[in-house]
Write a protein that binds this ligand. Structure first.
Ligand code: GUN
Ligand code: FE
Length: 455
């Protein structure tokens, strides 16, 4: 029997595969010094009784209360931290106008590092309180403020992957929100990468620099090329927006005579650790390029309802072997919760399958075989996100990080409708995913450390 830093006793849900959820019933979850799951011991295992007896009376032991369940922490693959200041507003105009009218002016305010620190502290707290243990963040074009976001993730214990945004194209960016010039954008990106890699030496849970061309319209060819080289040199993650809307997709076709996927690939930006937001307009050929390169899609279903002019053919791309996870896309998506986004992913997929125009006969209205199940949405929010980032997170399995949320179904102000003592665990799981609110999330742990609790 090993020596463990902590031992949790309780029932957990985790994805076994995209379609299958496993229930770990009344198990012992043994966590090592590094915050990794060292051992999961089931009641039927021979060492169970002895392990329980050894740890039960120690400070290392935590027994989940009746009605409380363990879920992996969520992995949010696409969040604009600065856009938190406009979340829930400004959703009335198309993407290109939205960027110019609301979003670039909002993000320009983050030149003020003190303001940035205040907002970023709130964003990280809010995401943790919603069960998000790993987040892939866009910051802004400002190096210092972007670095502040990485520092705040470290301080608060969240696993943050953070990008200083690059936007240097004079034709598509306003004077008040643009990198000084291409050379400066690349130099500051490199300095940012080095600084975050330094910060990572003292971050148990990890903090990662991300090469972040905002999207092709915002960037010059030279910047895109240079960023591809930096990503390779420092082996970083890469993030951008890809084929999001009719306009964004059409812009790239107009400029390069090809789709985003091929253009990004040409600049060395479609790699194993790339995560591309949206990607709604990928052709099957584009999707195959993603699958071949191990590049991932951050599906942002709430945001897509406002800005994507479409529903992502999620089931088809999953079937084709593309890595996919979920993103909140604050503030294109108004909600900081991946519960909300998992719910919307299911609902949008159902609407894609059935179609929406009642003027058409049923058989012509939708796209067959488009629906995903709630289990698949849960997979996207957890294991799919971990795979997209090539990190051992998002599953409750040996060797994975102890990144979990403890969900209390009996919380006074947010009690779930559980009336049948014989109700199956998988029904309870579904009720949690559809109905849980932040009040139900009693504790959040990242890499074996408690980072959030609420009574
Ligand atoms: N495309 C370029 N920038 C953005 C952004 O901030 N949000 C969304 N949804 N799409 C973008
Ligand atoms: Fe976005």
């Amino acid at each position: 029997m090993g020596s463990y830093r902590r031992v949790f006793h309780g029932t957990a849900f985790t994805s076994k595969s995209p379609k299958e959820v496993a229930v770990w019933k009344d198990c012992l979850f043994c966590i090592d010094e590094n915050g990794l799951i060292a051992n999961i011991v089931q009641p039927s295992d021979s060492e169970y009784a002895e392990l329980l007896e050894t740890y039960e009376q120690t400070d290392a032991f935590q027994r989940l209360e009746e009605g409380t369940y363990l879920l992996p922490g969520f992995v949010d693959l696409h969040v604009h931290a600065p856009q938190w200041i406009q979340a829930g507003t400004a959703l009335d105009i198309p993407l290109s106008d939205w960027l110019q009218t609301y979003t670039f002016p909002s993000e320009a305010k983050f030149e003020d590092v003190e303001f940035a620190r205040m907002v970023y502290a709130d964003v990280v707290d809010t995401l943790l309180a919603n069960g998000t243990t790993t987040a892939l963040y866009f910051a802004t074009i400002h190096k210092e403020a972007s670095l502040a976001l990485a520092e705040i993730c470290v301080q608060k214990g969240q696993r943050g992957l953070v990008g200083k945004v690059v936007a240097d194209n004079i034709e598509q960016t306003p004077d008040f929100y643009r990198d000084e010039d291409t050379g400066t954008a690349l130099q500051e990106t490199e300095e940012f990468i080095v600084a975050v890699q330094e910060l990572a030496k003292n971050a148990k849970q990890g903090v990662y620099p991300v090469v972040t061309p905002r999207f092709i319209p915002s960037c010059t060819d030279e910047a895109l090329q240079g960023l591809g080289k930096l990503a390779e040199k420092y082996d970083t993650h890469i993030q951008s927006h890809c084929s999001e809307s009719d306009w964004a997709h059409g812009y790239v076709q107009g400029r390069f005579g090809m789709n985003d996927a091929k253009a990004l690939h040409g600049f060395g930006l479609l790699r194993e650790k790339s995560v591309m937001a949206h990607s709604n307009f990928l052709t099957d050929e584009d999707a195959r390029l993603f699958a071949k390169n191990g590049s991932a899609i951050a599906h942002c279903p709430v945001s897509n309802a406002y800005f994507a002019n479409s529903v992502l053919p999620l089931a088809r791309f999953m079937e084709m072997g593309v890595e996919i996870g979920l993103g909140s896309d604050i503030s294109g998506g108004f909600s900081p919760s991946l519960y909300d986004n998992a719910r919307q992913a299911v609902m949008s997929s159902r609407m894609l399958e059935d179609g929406v125009d009642t003027g058409l006969p049923a058989e012509k209205r939708g796209v067959p075989n488009s629906r995903i199940t709630l289990n698949e949405a849960f997979y996207l929010a957890t294991a799919g996100g971990g795979e997209s980032l090539s990190l051992p997170v998002g599953r409750l399995e040996e060797g994975y990080a102890w990144d979990v949320q403890l969900v209390d179904t009996k919380k006074e102000s947010a009690r779930l409708p559980l009336y049948d003592p014989e109700e199956s665990n998988l029904d309870i799981f579904q009720k949690i995913i559809y109905l849980a609110r932040p009040e139900n999330i009693r504790e959040v742990w990242v890499q074996g450390e408690k980072v959030h609790s609420r009574n």
